[in-house]
Design a protein around this ligand. Sequence first.
Ligand code: FMN
Length: 179
Amino acid sequence: MELTQLIKERRSIQIFEEREVSLDLVKELLDTAVWVPNHRMTQPWRFVIVHGEARKRIAELKGKPGDASFNVNYYNKMMDVPMFIAVVIKENPVIGIREEDYSSASCIIQNLSLLAWEQGLGMIWKSYGHMHEAAYRDALGIQPGERVVGSLHVGYASQVPNAQPRIPATDLITVIDQA
Ligand SMILES: Cc1cc2nc3c(=O)[nH]c(=O)nc-3n(C[C@H](O)[C@H](O)[C@H](O)COP(=O)(O)O)c2cc1C
């Protein structure tokens, strides 16, 4: 697919087919996705991939089946996601570097979503609050000093949402050409 078409036609996917996602394919896509610009080449990221039965680590964060606190809707919603990828970065103590690192990690996520889309694979970047909470961090082995940039839900789309219109960049351009 041509890059322009890929960029415009990629959608964030919420609802997936039951079909499994190949771990090898995702590893290969990630290997390409990390070719982002990265000031100082800090490359502070790593990726925690959760799939199969391990999805229960996430699905059971709001109670296990049988618990009084069990949230069946949350459990089912999470177990319907074929694969999760937590994009994790080491938090640099210097704020400027921390922002650069976060920006580069965001580029990886966009690269990955385009590469996945090209392969017919859907994805959504989720930023739910509980990815910063101790229970989620413990379940995925997130270390002190690490930040979860996003929890990516990955799978083959069962529904592709309509595109939401973008404000044309041409309406947002200020051209300065006078001395
Ligand atoms: C930083 C970031 C965080 C996001 N977090 C969520 C989220 O928590 N839940 C959600 O449904 N979508 C989330 N999204 C996806 C956006 O809602 C989606 O990109 C937007 O609606 C435009 O749709 P499109 O990606 O299909 O063009 C997030 C996107 C970004 C870039």
